[in-house]
Design a binder for this molecule. Structure first.
Ligand SMILES: Nc1ccn([C@@H]2O[C@H](COP(=O)(O)OP(=O)(O)OP(=O)(O)O)[C@@H](O)[C@H]2O)c(=O)n1
Ligand SMILES: C[C@](O)(CO)[C@H](O)COP(=O)(O)O
Length: 234
């Protein structure tokens, strides 16, 4: 089956949250959002090792979380880079030689269902690259700088892409190295693999796997934690 490692990226500044505390450390159901995410991956038996990538200033508090919550699978805690892509690349460096398969997951997506994490990995084992996603519910328009609608893509082909994203480790490493050489920056890892001409497969997830991004996501997140994922406040 091959070994499975996870990179959890949590080195962002959370500027869209407009809060003093970085969003990954904000409390949700009595624990920091990042702790919820780590607990989820710690609990998945098939996962061998976790690399946690955080801001330089947060290395110490994150190392404390590892001890306090007994996250025994977290093998490395390291400082991220300027862009999300740089943070993932650093995580790949730490996992190098340790794993055949890698999942990349946002530290601020604390509600992914474990069975969907595994479905995504299983698809990657068949196809080399897979991502969780959900069909877009709204009608999406392409709008120009003047605020004028240019076109309406067929909704049946639009998917909102989530994490985790799962890859053969060597494929994702090559994709990052090529992007770095070309100066290409993408907002997710799949983009880097897509531009190599390698197909990335979509695995349907659910709408509860939200990324905590803006303030209105917080009450929604509290509700999901309580009513969907069955978490108790601590
Ligand atoms: N240089 C960066 C930027 C982002 N991330 C992580 O990538 C994930 C998804 O990014 P996003 O929600 O955009 O987080 P931020 O970049 O923190 O948010 P914003 O764009 O609002 O500043 C988050 O877990 C974030 O911490 C990271 O590890 N390193
Ligand atoms: C990786 C991601 O979560 C997939 O939806 C997303 O692309 C992160 O991008 P952001 O621009 O940093 O929100």
């Amino acid at each position: 089956m091959g070994k499975l490692g996870v990179i959890i990226v949590a080195a962002g500044k959370g500027s869209r949250m407009r809060s003093e505390e970085s969003k990954q450390y904000m409390q949700l159901g009595g624990r920091p959002i990042l702790v919820h995410t780590l607990q989820l991956f710690q609990n998945i038996q098939q996962i061998g090792s976790i690399v946690l990538v955080v801001g330089e200033a947060d290395l110490e508090r994150c190392s404390q979380y590892i001890t306090e919550y007994a996250f025994t699978k977290v093998k490395h805690v390291l400082a991220g880079g300027k862009e999300r892509q740089d943070s993932v690349y650093k995580g790949l460096g730490a996992l190098s030689g340790e794993t055949e398969w890698v999942l990349v997951h946002d530290g601020v997506r604390p509600f992914v269902a474990p069975e969907q994490v595994l479905s995504c990995w299983h698809k990657a084992m068949q196809e080399e690259a897979a991502v969780l996603a959900v069909p877009v519910k709204d009608t999406i328009k392409i709008v120009d700088e003047a605020g004028q609608i240019q076109s309406t893509p067929d909704r049946r082909s639009l998917w909102a892409i989530q994490t985790p994203q799962a890859f053969r480790f060597s494929l994702l490493l090559e994709a990052h190295e090529r992007a770095n050489v070309d100066g290409f920056v993408g907002t997710d890892d799949a983009m880097l693999v897509e531009r190599m001409g390698v197909p990335v497969h979509v695995v349907e997830g659910d709408y509860y796997n939200i990324k905590i991004t803006t303030p209105e996501d917080l009450p929604w997140g509290e509700w999901i934690a309580k009513n969907v994922r069955g978490e108790k406040s601590s």
